[in-house]
Write a protein that binds this ligand. Structure first.
Ligand code: GDP
Length: 204
């Protein structure tokens, strides 16, 4: 790979409801940081990152675009989707509504983006459910449904299993992440990138 800065440049878009952590995922990926109180009016718009896919012996430059606040207006234009090879469809595992709304975000992507685009469903903020059994992150916390959440904890509203099943039905990849701890953030982008490179190899 010597002498080659990168083999591919791939455009990624990050969609989903406001406040699910789209900007935070992008900051975590590109800057290895987490901001507890990011300024919502200053949504990150763009970030770039080199990743290596060792088994393909390829370096890939990811150019990632965040909706940067426009999600509340549903005014995302075609140019945002144009040329995108990958999409992170993000919801918050502690917000049922954000998971329900992921359906209409997916519809939007399907309407506007390339039909071969690789989409990964990302359940973010798993750190908020850290009192779960870590070996089975799909379980609800073992507290009565109406018990108050521990300080700093919120109850999971979307199980791993149901999100996984929906992702399979829709032909999406799936991962749960925490932009706060960094858990699975690079993995989310790597999985999608591997899938895209596989399509490239197959000539899709
Ligand atoms: P966006 O509107 O989808 O871009 O969401 P932001 O990235 O602005 O995040 C919204 C809020 O959720 C901010 O207060 C973040 O600090 C917080 N947040 C984002 N990701 C995580 C996460 O993985 N865990 C926790 N605990 N909070 C998060």
């Amino acid at each position: 790979m010597s002498g080659v800065a990168w083999h591919y440049v791939l455009k990624f878009i990050i969609t989903g409801d406001a406040a699910v952590g789209k900007s935070s995922l992008l900051i975590r990926l590109t800057d290895q940081r987490f901001l507890a109180n990011p300024d919502p009016t200053l949504g990150v718009e763009f970030g770039s990152k080199l990743i290596t896919i060792p088994e393909e012996n390829k370096v890939v430059k990811l150019q990632c675009w965040d909706t940067a606040g426009t999600e509340s207006f549903r005014s995302i234009t075609r140019s945002y989707y144009r040329g995108a090879a990958g999409c992170l469809l993000v919801y918050d595992v502690t917000s049922r509504q954000s998971f329900v709304n992921a359906r209409s975000w997916l519809q939007d992507v399907r309407e506007h983006a390339d039909p071969h685009l690789t989409c990964i469903l990302v359940g973010n903020k798993v750190d908020l459910c850290a009192d779960e059994d870590p070996t089975d992150p799909g379980q609800d916390p073992p507290t009565p449904a109406d018990a108050p959440a521990k300080p700093g904890r919120r109850k999971r509203e979307v199980t791993t299993d149901e999100a996984h099943i929906w992702a399979q039905e829709e032909g999406l990849l799936f991962v749960e992440t925490s932009a706060k701890s960094g858990q699975n953030v690079e993995i989310a982008f790597e999985r999608a990138t591997r899938d895209i490179l596989e399509k490239v190899r197959k000539g899709v």
